[in-house]
Design a binder for this molecule. Structure first.
Ligand code: F6R
Length: 241
């Protein structure tokens, strides 16, 4: 795993934003996997800024987000779809028909997961996937457990994960859904390049485990060690340097 360390979270956002913008500019077609959460906010801010200053075109980009809450409609303010529209898709001009997203209100959630896998495959797989990481080592909503899911699935969220998502729901943890739909571990590991972001001292212990520990389902992110093209984009606090 390649490890890149920058001064602070805005610097991580800027450098990763610049790296991704170069890829968007260079490739006629690009399939991009994306995360939500607090960590990528500086990245999306940087991409908005670079898009304006460079006049970057996103016309050839198709996106797939990692996850969505069960029971939250795509246009509801707490949805990850609404977050992405606000932070990236709207400002940089990615049209709805280039956006792949799980629908947590689908009538048949298992069929929705299968539809998503098929859509990613039909797009030719993800060229580049950006990830965050939970303090418990989850990626997407693949939570630590005795066994992990290979494919897009319905996931029960752990208490800490619900608490860290309360901000999306007016700060009220009881409003955070108990379940989400999430890409599975194989879905993630099939991306050609993976860029994992972690910022802040709260992520330092899990980053240390990811860097130095063995592969275990107790730390789903540890499976990234099996992938040949992963880089960690850290600030000094998360890298503990
Ligand atoms: C969100 C996602 C999650 C987050 C993780 C970290 O789409 O896939 O795995 O990346 O929960 O969240 P933050 O960045 O809020 O600490």
């Amino acid at each position: 795993m390649k490890i890149l360390v920058f001064d602070d979270a805005p610097a991580v956002g800027l450098r990763l934003g610049s790296y991704l913008a170069d890829i968007v500019a260079a490739r006629a077609e690009l399939v991009l996997g994306l995360p939500t959460g607090r960590t990528p906010l500086p990245l999306y801010a940087a991409l908005r800024q670079i898009t304006t200053t460079r006049g970057l075109s996103w016309a050839g980009v198709r996106t797939f987000n990692l996850d969505e809450f069960v029971g939250v409609a795509p246009d509801a303010p707490g949805s990850y779809r609404a977050y992405m529209q606000r932070e990236l898709f709207g400002p940089v001009g990615i049209p709805a028909d280039h956006v792949g997203f799980l629908d947590g209100t689908a009538a048949d959630l298992d069929a929705e997961c299968r539809r998503y896998e098929a859509a990613i495959a039909a797009a030719g797989g993800m060229d580049v996937l950006v990830l965050g990481i939970g303090t418990n080592g989850h990626i997407g909503f693949n939570e630590p457990a005795p066994a992990l899911h290979a494919r897009t699935h319905r996931a029960a969220l752990q208490a800490a994960t619900r608490a860290s998502n309360a901000g999306q729901f007016g700060g009220d943890v009881t409003c955070v859904p108990a379940e989400a739909l999430s890409m599975g571990m194989a879905t993630i590991l099939e991306a050609k390049e993976i860029l994992l972001m972690a910022t802040g001292a709260g992520k330092a212990p899990v980053v240390r485990q990811l860097r130095d520990g063995g592969i275990t389902t107790a730390l789903p992110a540890s499976f990234l060690q099996l992938h040949g093209n992963v880089s960690l984009w850290l600030d000094a606090a998360a890298a503990d340097v």
